[in-house]
Unconditional design. Structure first.
Ligand SMILES: Cc1cc2nc3c(=O)[nH]c(=O)nc-3n(C[C@H](O)[C@H](O)[C@H](O)COP(=O)(O)OP(=O)(O)OC[C@H]3O[C@@H](n4cnc5c(N)ncnc54)[C@H](O)[C@@H]3O)c2cc1C
Length: 420
């Protein structure tokens, strides 16, 4: 039974990276099967694709040359892998090439458009959506999605629409000004899904107490290895990359990568510590030896050759040691304390900067609630989900977009292939 008003075969809620991808592959699949479908994508934001435009500092880090499930967290890595394999990086590169967007690989392994302009990526996606005659409604917020007997009713800013199938591509809560404000999580719940116990900011800077001595070094950057550990010192996750000290705490790719692991433990009230190794590759014994070898040279001079000088000085002072002292004047205990401060400094993180400053959302709808071959809901027939609304978040480096492309591809293809 339908209302008799079904005017869409496929309604896509959210036209960000995942929603646009789903729209394109639904449109292409329908065309290939010779089965015209009425497809519409709704987006509440004034600016379409705002997150694509700001991504990668305005250059849009479209993907990474080596994408594996190991770069993601959230739902089981096995489930994430199954979806990623349906649309691997080579397919992403070819897909964009066919849309006229050449990608280039940088030393870090990240792929960007050769134009270095995110606009190129967004324009190409929108042009393809239009070529496929997908109706693009923007700004048009969807207030609710209701499952009726054989169709869905979408209460939109432009009135009710009725659709045979719905793809939920509303994103998470990161950078809510772009339109991703978590409304999709409520829709998923209203359609029978559960959410992970927490949805929290991922890829987000971390806060230190206002009086912490590191804050005086705002602007200093250094390569580090960061670890999350328990108070016994047992390390859980580690990332090696650049760290940037800011006026509020810590930022930079290493910090963004580890932030979700710190928060996940803090949210569970697990005692958690963030530890910084300022001499990546060296452990405490090697750092101790390095200090022993300094001899008559000053600490500031030798450590300043390995670290930004202000940082080298501050690390000495934090242990109560004058950085102008010669290495051989250090007592054993002082040397050991300094070596520990250099390779295993515990910093008292008090929280993160929240969704307004986050690049992704951790948590959401677990992949166990969808059929991975179609991204179809196990809870609500006719509903599909893709992108960040699902419990998948990747590292810095193009992994989050790759998730959006792959899951959007699977959802789009599957909805257009469904028997009528
Ligand atoms: C500053 C920043 C930089 C980033 N840089 C990169 C990068 O370089 N590389 C990378 O891989 N990842 C990057 N990311 C992450 C990446 O942008 C996201 O993971 C990705 O955009 C998620 O795609 P999505 O389509 O699932 O969600 P979104 O892109 O968030 O899109 C969801 C869309 O749904 C719409 N919507 C939500 N609710 C409703 C509703 N009720 N009705 C109608 N529309 C609705 C929103 O307006 C939005 O347009 C960055 C993120 C940020 C914030």
């Amino acid at each position: 039974m339908t209302s008799g008003e079904t005017d869409l075969d496929i309604a896509i809620v959210g036209a960000g990276a995942a929603g646009l991808m789903a729209a394109i592959w639904a449109g292409r699949t329908a065309a290939t099967l010779g089965r015209p479908q009425r497809i519409a994508a709704f987006d509440g934001a004034k600016t379409l694709g705002a997150k694509i435009l700001v991504a990668g500092g305005g250059r849009c880090n479209v993907t990474h040359h080596a994408v594996t499930e190991a770069e993601y967290a959230g739902s089981s890595r096995n489930a994430i892998r199954k979806v990623l394999l349906r649309f691997p990086v080579d397919d992403t590169v070819l897909f964009f090439k066919e849309l006229g967007v050449e990608l280039k690989r940088e030393e870090t392994g990240k792929l960007f458009p050769v134009t270095d302009r995110a606009r190129t990526v967004l324009d190409a996606l929108l042009a393809e959506v239009r070529r496929l005659n997908v109706e693009l409604l923007n700004p048009c917020r969807v207030h609710s999605v209701e499952r009726l007997a054989d169709e869905f009713r979408l209460a939109t800013a432009n009135g009710d629409r009725f659709a045979r199938t719905v793809i939920l591509a509303t994103g998470g809560k990161a950078l809510p000004l772009t339109g991703s404000d978590g409304a999709g999580f409520e829709m998923a719940k209203s359609l029978g899904h559960t959410l992970t116990p927490h949805t929290f900011a991922s890829l987000v800077p971390l806060l230190l107490p206002k009086d912490h001595w590191l804050l005086a070094l705002s602007g200093v950057a250094a390569p580090v290895t960061l670890s999350v550990s328990d108070p016994s010192g047992k390390r859980h996750e580690s990332f090696s990359n650049a760290l940037l000290i800011t006026h509020f705490g810590l930022s930079g790719p290493a910090v963004l990568d580890i932030s979700r692991y710190w928060s996940a433990r803090a949210l569970q009230n697990d005692p958690v510590q963030l530890r910084i190794n300022w001499l990546p590759g060296l452990g405490l014994p090697e750092a101790d030896q390095l200090l022993l070898d300094i001899g008559s040279l000053s600490l500031a001079r030798v450590l300043g050759g390995r670290l930004p000088e202000r940082l080298a000085r501050a690390l000495c002072e934090a242990q109560g040691i004058d950085p102008s002292r010669a290495g051989h004047t250090l007592k054993r205990d002082e040397r050991r304390a300094l070596a520990a401060g250099l390779t295993d400094l515990s910093v008292p993180v008090i929280g993160d900067r929240g969704f307004t400053f986050a690049e992704a959302t951790a948590g959401g709808v677990a992949l166990s609630e969808v059929v991975l071959e179609t991204m179809g809901s196990r809870r609500c027939p006719g509903l599909h989900l893709c992108g960040e609304v699902l419990d998948v978040d990747g590292r810095v480096g193009g992994f989050n977009f790759q998730w959006a492309w792959a899951s959007g591809f699977v959802a789009g293809r599957a909805t257009a292939s469904l028997p009528e």
